[in-house]
Design a protein around this ligand. Structure first.
Ligand code: ATP
Ligand code: MG
Length: 182
């Protein structure tokens, strides 16, 4: 963790939710901003994507201050009984990884990207996330993203933003755009 006497002792819990675009992008914006101040940021991505998003490619250039870990990688388990099994194990491994990272006191900011989605689909419980918030190291900033944040998580957070969709080219059948959507 970077030593900055001017930084408030209390870390914040930020939630980006809603059906509009920008939840992960805004979390990455915080990451970029924090790295600019020499802070150490870990982004744990709870949802596996079909392709490597641009931020993972960019993270190497901002290493070691920025680390992005796609939890889905290495979790394509041919012996899993169902895809859901793999998702649950991936999400559980993500929680373990979070705990180890929080205990290490190495990070100033930890982003749990799509954790709300993991809760919504039952890969982790609301209580798992509330426990993370309750037991968060005092100075650590936590950023949680994903649609449909649970009301209890919204209650427990300091900053909550709901992205609301007004329009998105996807509605007209356009594909995800490189650099914009991934
Ligand atoms: P982003 O990663 O672009 O900030 P997001 O985190 O707000 O999006 P997710 O639900 O995580 O939203 O989106 C998963 C994928 O779908 C991303 O590629 C994202 O760009 C895209 N997406 C986000 N919102 C919408 C939307 N309202 N309609 C269509 N596609 C969307
Ligand atoms: Mg997202």
């Amino acid at each position: 963790m970077s030593e900055d006497k001017k930084r408030p002792a209390k870390g914040l819990v930020v939630v980006n939710t809603g059906d509009g675009k920008g939840k992960t992008t805004a979390a990455l914006g915080i990451a970029l901003r924090a790295v600019g101040w020499g802070m150490h940021v870990l982004v744990l991505q709870f949802i596996k994507g079909a392709w490597k998003p641009g931020e993972i490619k960019a993270a190497d250039r901002l290493a070691p201050e920025l680390e992005i870990v796609p939890l889905g990688e290495g979790f394509v388990d041919p012996d899993a009984e169902s895809p859901d099994d793999t998702d649950v194990r991936m999400a559980r491994a993500g929680l373990e990884r979070y705990r180890a990272a929080a205990d290490s006191a190495k990070y100033d900011v930890i982003v749990l990207d799509e954790i709300n989605y993991a809760v919504k689909y039952g890969f982790v419980t609301v209580e798992d996330v509330l426990k993370i918030i309750r037991e968060k190291p005092e100075r650590l900033h936590l950023v949680l993203t994903g649609r449909d944040a649970a009301p209890e998580i919204i209650d427990a957070a300091d900053t909550v933003t709901e992205m609301r969709e007004i329009k998105h080219p996807f509605q007209k059948g356009s594909k995800a755009a490189k650099g914009i959507d991934f």
